[in-house]
Write a protein that binds this ligand. Structure first.
Ligand code: NAX
Length: 327
């Protein structure tokens, strides 16, 4: 049992953090031959609450949990880490516009991007805190860590889309594959059923209600976050933590032949998306932290139009934070 992985989680005392830490410490994510060190970052007022979470981690007596570092200083929390799960951010307040949220949360990711220079060379970063794509752009732009090592989370959107398709088709969710989320983790995202499969067959052959695929399916996925808040009074937490951990597992293993998953990565110009925008694409992981964007998926005019809309929103978000971007 010689391997050790150091994982930073920001906003660790929050609800997603609480749903994530115990699964990280259990060995479920990195394997039962890998010890886990947790490096937890919080703002100063939340450190007391975080101490309570650390007590609970201790009380689980996880054999693989090497140690837990807690800090309100990103330079301390990110020392030597192999993974950074950047969850901590302020939630959107009442009456706040999306652009206000971007302005509020953007500066957090300037400091954290710089502090990521303290991480191990092989560090991989997943931004969960909203607006996730643009926060990821800010962090990457302020860091010396190569951009390819940064991602923003759209795995929850992918899982939501797969669940809706499975329900409609009356199949188990593991029979749904190749679901792509294109673009921003926001209501402009495009959940793509045209390239998705059910039991290896095109979804459009299995689900014949094409009006639903082009209408309700898309809007249910786009608005799922708000629907959960409306019902629960709180935003998605366990499902968000689950998706973040699924992203980590996907990046750490080779994607099966013919499959892909969704993540928002720095665009290399694929599908005509501006270089450097953090845009959700279909990706294949090589299992060693590297990946490639799946090329040449057919996109209908309907789909192309959706990509234009979500790319334009990301361009606008980028313009709002231009003063925070270094390169
Ligand atoms: P909580 O409000 O429960 O927790 C956030 C935590 O972050 C708090 O404990 C807070 O003290 C901490 N925090 C704030 N500023 C910080 C900073 N500068 N450094 C370190 N920690 C800081 O929110 P939670 O429900 O856990 O959600 C966290 C973030 O995830 C939010 O931004 C939320 O919008 C976003 N989400 C993203 C999703 C996605 O799919 N990408 C889905 C779920 C979620 O809505």
């Amino acid at each position: 049992m010689s391997k050790l992985v150091k994982v930073a989680v920001t906003g660790a005392a929050g609800q997603i953090g609480y749903a994530m830490l115990f699964r990280l410490a259990s060995g479920e994510i990195f394997g039962h031959d890998t010890r886990v060190a947790l490096h937890l970052l919080e703002i100063t007022p939340a450190l007391k609450s975080l101490e309570g979470v650390v007590m609970e981690l201790e009380d689980c007596a996880f054999p693989l949990l090497e140690n837990v570092v807690i800090s309100d200083n990103a330079n301390v929390a990110f020392e030597g880490i192999n993974w950074a799960l950047l969850v901590g951010a302020k939630p959107r307040g009442k009456g706040m516009e999306r652009s206000d949220l971007i302005r509020e949360n953007g500066p957090i990711f300037v400091g954290q991007g710089q502090a990521l220079n303290k991480a191990a060379k092989d560090v991989q970063i997943l931004v969960v805190g909203n607006p996730a794509n643009t926060n990821c752009l800010i962090a990457a732009s302020n860091s010396d860590v190569p951009r390819e090592q940064f991602a923003a989370m759209t795995r929850l959107d992918e899982n939501r889309a797969a669940a809706q398709l499975a329900k409609k088709a009356g199949v188990a969710v593991n029979q749904v594959s190749n679901v792509t989320i294109w673009g921003n983790h926001s209501t402009t995202q495009y959940p793509d059923a045209e390239n998705a499969k059910i039991n290896g067959k095109p979804v459009y052959e299995v689900i014949t209600d094409h009006d639903w695929l082009k209408g309700n399916f898309i809007s249910v996925v786009q608005k799922r976050g708000a629907t959960v808040i409306e019902a629960r009074g709180l935003s998605s937490a366990a499902s968000a933590a689950n998706a973040a951990l699924a992203h980590v597992k996907s990046m750490n293993s080779k994607t099966a032949e013919g499959q892909w998953f969704s993540g928002a990565f720095s665009s290399d110009g694929s599908y005509g998306i501006d270089h450097g925008l953090v845009f959700s694409f279909p990706v294949v992981s090589h299992g060693d932290g590297s990946y490639h964007i799946v090329q040449d998926l057919p996109l209908s005019d309907f789909a192309k139009q959706k990509l234009v809309v979500t790319a334009e929103e990301l361009r606008q978000e980028k313009a709002v934070v231009q003063n925070l971007l270094k390169k």
